[in-house]
Design a protein around this ligand. Structure first.
Ligand SMILES: O=C(O)C[C@H]1C=CC(=O)O1
Length: 96
């Protein structure tokens, strides 16, 4: 199942820089691993904001929940999830 997820990152301004850098490094590794597994299909930066719009391909809602709550930045994120289904005019066979 495909999901559009909008993630807004809201880090506290008083978080020590070293801690922030360590969390962001773990986040990047986690995100890139999921992209290699084809679970995190697309990620786009929303211009001018600490926010991304992503497409996930998960087995079901529980799998998406597991993936999102596993994000190292999850405690500092606002998530907006939109479940997607195939558009009848799509030419992409892997849109499900
Ligand atoms: O930068 C972000 O949008 C937040 C987060 C999502 C993937 C990643 O590497 O960081």
């Amino acid at each position: 199942m495909l999901y559009q997820v909008e993630m807004t990152v809201l880090l506290p301004t008083d978080m020590p820089e070293a801690e922030m850098a360590e969390i962001k490094a773990r986040e990047k590794a986690y995100a890139q691993d999921l992209q290699r597994q084809k679970i995190w299909r697309h990620i786009w930066r929303v211009a001018g904001q600490y926010k991304n719009i992503s497409i996930f391909d998960c087995r079901d809602n529980a799998h998406l929940h597991e993936v999102l709550t596993g994000l190292p930045l999850y405690p500092w994120m606002k998530m907006d999830v939109v479940p997607l289904c195939r558009h009848p005019s799509s030419i992409h066979e892997d849109d499900r």
